[in-house]
Design a binder for this molecule. Sequence first.
Ligand SMILES: [Mg+2]
Ligand SMILES: [Zn+2]
Length: 214
Amino acid sequence: MGAHRRAVFLDRDGVINQNIFNPASGEYEAPLTATDFALVPGALEALWRLQTAGFLLFVVSNQPNYSKGKATLEELAAIDARMRREVSAAGIALAGVYCCLHHPEGIAAEYSGTCACRKPSPYFLLRAMREFGLDPGHSWMIGDRETDVICGCEAGVRTIFIDGRRKGISGMGADWDAPDLAGAAEHICRDFYEQQRINGLGDAGRIPAPQPPA
Ligand SMILES: [Mg+2]
Ligand SMILES: [Zn+2]
């Protein structure tokens, strides 16, 4: 193994699971119920691949829908539980799942107003780096919003922007743009094994085929 403790930080909605069309707002948004939770195709294979390459996996998510009065805390907990269950059933370990429940203009008093943890704040990344002794120079943040990219930049990790709407060049200032989580994992693993090869470690840049347990 390399000497660096490294991690991939993942936004959740639009990266691990699909955003859902909300007729009320006309936008694709985070699921509001566990029933609406659906993994993005290829998500488990991508996470498995990152884990196999030795990255610790963290989920970092803004979840303001209780604060906004759009979902109950129980529903948010059920969605979180479903994600953890489906990921863990595939043999993938999440080192941490960090959620900001706040919103600056929320209507639920206890989660309204400014907070330290809402992305683009790098709060949770910095905390994980401290607690797990991670090397930011060998870590990554993957997200589908500009706030994810800013969050990663402020934490000193490399960033990948998921361009879910396939608009092409995002202009978000990320280190890399990928169409989905599978593409992001491909890029991170390619970079990692290339570094291993350059440093004379590992086996010549070979990217192992993703083989999640059944
Ligand atoms: Mg997102
Ligand atoms: Zn917060």
